[in-house]
Design a protein around this ligand. Structure first.
Ligand code: HEM
Length: 441
């Protein structure tokens, strides 16, 4: 077998973590170009690490060799969320997955739809009425927060505004701990972000435990009744589910969806997506292909092995880079172009070549639920509005960490359209601005 292209450098001095975290996409692009290949090595988190940027390499890492490349139990995620499925391996992971996936069956998702639809209605119905353009990422993040707190904790913003607000604030503090240095330091009048995050986590855990003990219906009650390996598993996972991660990922996808369809030349795409759920599905596949919310995930090689035909010694890290994998020209022709049609043509049936939600045995357990969230929100937007960038010229350069989105918050104007005058149910024929709304919101 061949030696991995690139260099893992020397301990500490050769570490490239800062360069990677500053701009992971440029980091990988430069090396793909330099090594003329999509699998190479560098040093990340002071560990020699294989970077996987090809579809083939990703499938080998996450599907075929899932028992060799394992989750890292010392990941920062464990610091912040405790022992959860995300960083667990072996039999315990199997048992957890079995229990937790039972929360997201078709039947439970059916009853979720009604709630999701009501939150979309409440949060998105006034986008054209405020007389100004909207910072879409913030709008969608708030929508995501209301969805997760309503669904996972039975806490509705309109029913318990103070508790709701307290949890939002605690989740933000907790999140900032995830992305700050893990130093638990507190002196009078100052405490590190990490220590504030740990305090926020403790308070969140009190709220969560109270819910698990006292709620007799909804998600907390179902979770409390599941067979889980230990008494803290339910609360740790609830903490994970209500954390800022999921609303941010939802906001990332909805922002990318809104931006790519805001161009005049995408009017036809909007029309088809409004009328045809299968086409909307391909639009959303293309959105997650080009702008996956998370940059990827890490594993550690449990034994000497190979990846992409290269030797990988035991103890090496391996990271899959979803952005680069999704633009692998071997699988996706015109990889940088937004072409929803590819999913009913050349790439039909190849959804499992994507990894926005992971891939293989350890893929995301919330994929179907996310699909419900996204489709309800997108259908609401498509049915209710036309939209465009406002101002028309904005710098939409993406940043990729901690979730992908334009570095400068993009702003969009929504114009309500009245479909009640539709002739024969053709929504597009009815697509015209209602009288009270110029193209600003
Ligand atoms: C837009 C929304 C979401 C995105 C982009 C997303 C993305 C991901 C990704 C990329 C992974 C795999 C990480 C890896 O292989 O290292 C993953 C795993 C996971 N996700 Fe999601 N996720 C989303 C929503 C959700 C939701 C709604 C839930 C639960 C309610 C959830 C729970 C999990 C869990 C528990 C895992 C770990 C699975 C395992 O290790 O076996 N996610 N997610």
């Amino acid at each position: 077998m061949a030696k991995l292209p690139g260099s893992a450098g020397v301990t500490l001095l050769g570490d490239k973590s800062l360069e990677f975290y500053r701009d992971p996409v440029s980091f990988c692009r430069q090396r793909i170009h330099k090594h003329r290949g999509r699998v190479f090595q560098s040093r990340l988190l002071n560990r020699p690490t294989v970077f996987v940027c090809s579809v083939r390499g990703m499938r080998e890492l996450l599907s075929e060799k899932t028992n060799i490349f394992l989750k890292d139990p010392t990941d920062l995620m464990t610091n912040m969320y405790g022992d959860t499925l995300v960083t667990t391996n072996g039999e315990e992971a199997c048992l957890l997955r079995l229990s937790l996936t039972s929360l997201f069956t078709e039947t439970s998702l059916q009853s979720t739809k009604e709630f999701v639809s009501s939150v979309c209605e409440r949060r998105l119905k006034d986008l054209s009425l405020r007389g100004q353009s909207e910072c879409v990422y913030s709008v969608f993040k708030r929508l995501g927060i209301e969805l997760v707190l309503g669904l996972f904790l039975n806490i509705r913003a309109e029913e318990q505004p103070e508790l709701f607000q307290e949890i939002v604030q605690l989740c933000t503090q907790h999140w900032h701990g995830l992305i700050s240095a893990p130093v638990n330091l507190k002196v009078p009048l100052w405490s590190s972000g990490f220590s504030t995050a740990l305090e926020a986590r403790d308070r969140l855990m009190d709220i969560i435990k109270d819910k698990l003990e006292n709620d007799t219906e909804g998600f907390p009650a179902t979770l409390a009744s599941l067979p889980l390996p230990d008494s803290s598993a339910a609360s740790q996972h609830l903490l994970l589910f209500i954390s800022a991660l999921i609303p941010k990922a939802l906001a990332s996808l909805l922002t990318s969806f809104t931006l790519v369809l805001s161009a005049d030349e995408q009017a036809e795409t909007r029309r088809r997506a409004t009328e045809n759920p299968d086409f909307l599905h391909t639009v959303l596949l293309e959105v997650q292909r080009l702008w996956p919310p998370f940059i990827g995930g890490r594993r550690i090689a449990e034994q000497d092995t190979t990846l992409g035909g290269f030797d990988v010694p035991k103890g090496y890290g391996a990271i899959f880079i979803s952005h680069c994998i999704h633009r692998d020209p071997e699988v996706f022709q015109q990889p940088d172009s937004f072409l929803p049609e590819r999913w009913s043509g050349r790439n039909a049936g190849q959804e499992n070549f994507l990894c926005s939600f992971g891939n293989g045995a350890r893929s995301c357990i919330g994929t179907k639920l996310t699909d419900v969230f996204l489709k309800e929100a997108c259908v609401f937007l498509l049915n209710r509005y036309d939209w465009r960038l406002d101002p028309p010229s904005q710098d939409l350069t993406y940043k990729w960490l901690p979730v992908s989105r334009p570095a400068n918050p993009p702003t969009v104007s929504f114009t309500q359209v009245d479909r009640s005058v539709s002739d024969g149910g053709n929504a597009m024929d009815a697509r015209h601005a209602v009288k009270n709304g110029p193209a600003v919101c």
